[in-house]
Design a protein around this ligand. Structure first.
Ligand SMILES: Nc1ncnc2c1ncn2[C@@H]1O[C@H](COP(=O)(O)OP(=O)(O)O[C@H]2O[C@H](CO)[C@@H](O)[C@H](O)[C@H]2O)[C@@H](O)[C@H]1O
Length: 656
């Protein structure tokens, strides 16, 4: 039996043979072009071609463009490990299979390619094909060379649920990879907390439930699904995801059962490719699991400890993406039996706190650490910038995992994040009162005036307006801003901060606002529209992060012609080049990166930026335009991820 793609191709060929005048193909036609033509056949594009030749017109209802099943779906229905009994048995319906010797990828067996291409070229107008193939060439440049089934596992993804940059990345990178031809699924919790409920309105119950054996019981989770932007968004539903507060905690701090909540997520994510028929087909056992931060870190451990011994997922690989090493999912060692892992796998998660970090003399510091589990079991490790991939191997930046990460240097890479330019684009941003572009910046000045008005600050175009957006957290260097404000407020300047987090800093923002009524605004809370308006309306964006794995706000700022002033660390170092008025044309820089991280250095960088803003208008405009002209899209990063995936599939699984 043929796959749908091949079947459609064969039908088209038969039609072509019966109606088209037979013409010999140029024997010298390059094989590459023949292969391209074949791809069009396989993708069903030949319908349009044939109608040009007088063949029956294209059907009025084109087939719904769903991803083709990947080659792994030739496998017989998966043998599920006995510990996971789905409440509804996975449908054992055998999939329509291509020839047993079909290769991986969308083209199918190589011999068939030759034959079909030959016939197809014979029966079509070669000149027209030539023209068309040029168009295809341009289009195909952004397609992946090898397409895969990719399963993202994450604690958050925009627009469904977002608490920070992790949500941004997991909401946009999967779409970029799907656009390049991969079949992509994202698995995350279905948080119902009152404010995010409406975001899941288009996700429907799949009819699949599983029972997960952990934490001394059997916990039933259900799967919801939405197909959007060519990505399968899968939401794991369980009562523990339904509660007020933010994603991971509330006013009293982090939720006490987070380990339980994300253990469920990881088990559910491992089962999803085996049992969910999305668009008619399961993903199967030949997947790349992309596990993000500690919330998803149990996935590679489960693959190694609970699936591969049963012969399942031997063809899958996993890539750990570290967005922030500061959060590792550490809990007391006594919780290990709750995780449902075999006792002999304790070593994978074992973690011993150094003596200075223990609470009392009898505390042995024994713990389990989810992120460590992924560091020692995943096939590849990616950090979200090159700079950070080095920092995590140092004692200063490794947060206790530096030695382990150093030991895995050969599979550790850094890839700088991209941004979603549909969401963050000053030419069409729905949150902005005015739009602008690199060719016409007049809208930016209007956005600044509107922001000043909204904040109740004096509306003055000549005054530098500095912004800060982010979690009020030690990582973000808020304490430095707090120390610098009394000095900075002596200047003719305006400062707006948007953030939430540490209640001490929230209180400080409120009291500072009352001390500097005409100069300082502190917006306590989490508001995406306000963050867009601040990014557009400010002249300067300040990021004195202590460490920053990548940082997205400086990328958004540059995209919006707002000049970043950042601490030279991690991804900030990789993405912001300090202004050099004597640099070569186009290489004068995009902002200021200061180091070391001291109040004096930060003030120096800010004042240099403010002087440039006031007194060197052409230089300032150059800074804005260079930032706006940079390519911040996901295209380049997506290609680099593909390379990592290819390397992972070349090797055997790291833990078999
Ligand atoms: N109060 C508020 N209101 C509205 N929006 C707010 C907000 N506070 C923060 N945000 C938004 O949250 C995102 C924060 O992204 P960052 O990359 O700066 O930091 P974060 O530390 O969360 O991410 C981690 O993961 C990302 C992704 O890999 C890395 O870039 C980063 O270095 C790493 O620390 C931005 O989109 C920002 O606008």
């Amino acid at each position: 039996m043929a796959t749908p793609g091949v079947g459609l191709g064969a039908a088209c060929l038969a039609a072509a043979a019966s109606v088209a005048p037979r013409r010999r193909a140029d024997p010298a036609a390059p094989l590459a072009r023949r292969a391209r033509l074949l791809r069009r056949v396989v993708r069903g594009r030949c319908v349009a071609e044939l109608s040009r030749e007088g063949a029956p017109a294209a059907p009025s209802q084109p087939p719904v463009p769903r991803p083709l099943p990947s080659a792994d779906q030739q496998l017989p229905p998966p043998v599920l490990p006995s510990f996971l009994a789905p409440t509804e048995a996975p449908a054992p319906t055998p999939l329509p299979l291509p020839d047993a010797d079909a290769g991986v990828g969308e083209l199918g067996p190589e011999l068939d390619i030759q034959g079909i291409a030959e016939d197809y070229i014979d029966s079509t107008d070669v000149a027209a094909s030539e023209q068309d193939s040029e168009i295809m060439d341009a289009k195909e440049q952004s397609q992946a060379k090898v397409t895969r089934s990719i399963v993202f596992v994450t604690g958050e993804a925009a627009p469904y649920a977002k608490s920070g940059g992790l949500g941004d990345v997991c909401g946009s990178l999967p779409i970029a990879l799907a656009a390049r031809g991969h079949r992509v699924m994202v698995v995350m919790p279905r948080y119902l907390n009152g404010s995010s409920d409406k975001n899941y309105a288009k996700a429907f119950y799949t009819g699949k439930n599983i029972k997960i054996p952990c934490f001394g019981g059997s916990h039933e989770v259900t799967y919801f699904h939405e197909y959007r932007d060519n990505v399968d968004w899968v939401f794991v539903d369980h009562p523990s995801y339904h509660r007020p507060g933010s994603l991971y905690g509330d006013n009293f701090g982090a939720f006490g059962d987070n380990q339980f909540r994300y253990t469920l997520l990881c088990y559910a994510a491992c089962e999803a490719p085996l049992i969910l028929e999305l668009g008619g087909y399961i993903y199967g056992q030949n997947c790349m699991f992309v596990v993000n931060d500690w919330h998803a870190s149990l996935v590679p451990v489960l693959l190694a400890a609970k699936y591969r011994p049963y012969g399942v997922y031997r063809d899958s690989r996993s890539t750990l993406v570290i967005h922030n090493l500061a959060h590792q999912g550490v809990e007391p060692a006594s919780t290990y039996p709750d995780l449902g892992l075999p006792p002999e796998w304790y070593g994978a998660l074992e973690w011993v706190f150094p003596e200075w970090a223990r609470r009392h003399a009898l505390d042995k510091g024994e713990a389990v650490n989810f992120l460590k589990g992924a560091v020692v079991t995943s096939d590849r490790i990616v950090t979200v910038s090159q700079g950070y991939s080095w920092e995590v191997t140092t004692a200063e930046g490794g947060q206790g995992l530096n030695e382990l990460l150093s030991s895995r240097k050969s599979v550790l890479n850094g890839i700088v994040n991209g941004i979603d330019i549909n969401d963050w684009n000053p030419t069409m941003d729905k949150c902005l009162p005015y739009h602008y572009s690199v060719d016409d910046l007049s809208g930016k000045a209007k956005c600044k005036a509107e922001l000043q008005k909204e904040l109740g600050l004096p509306i003055r175009p000549d005054i530098p307006l500095i912004g800060f957006i982010g979690r009020l957290d030690y990582q973000k260097g808020i304490d430095l801003i707090k120390l610098a404000i009394p000095d900075l407020m002596r200047d003719d300047v305006q400062f707006v901060m948007l953030g939430s987090g540490d209640p001490v800093f929230e209180g400080w923002m409120r009291s500072t606002e009352s001390s500097y009524k005409d100069k300082f605004r502190g917006w306590v809370g989490f508001s995406i529209p306000v963050s867009h308006r601040i990014t557009a309306g400010c002249d300067i964006l300040l990021m004195p992060s202590r460490f920053e794995p990548c940082g997205l706000n400086q990328l958004y700022a540059m995209q919006y012609g707002t000049v970043p002033v950042v601490h030279e660390t991690g991804g900030l170092r990789d993405t912001v080049q300090t202004f050099n008025p004597f640099g070569k044309t186009g290489e004068e820089g995009t902002g200021w990166a200061f180091s070391p991280l001291t109040v004096d250095k930060m003030l120096w960088a800010l004042r240099t930026a403010m002087t440039t803003f006031r007194e060197h208008k052409p230089s300032w405009e150059g800074l804005m335009k260079r930032g706006m002209s940079k390519d911040h899209t996901w295209d380049h990063a997506a290609e680099q991820y593909e390379q990592i995936f290819e390397w992972a599939f070349v090797d055997q699984p790291y833990v078999m």
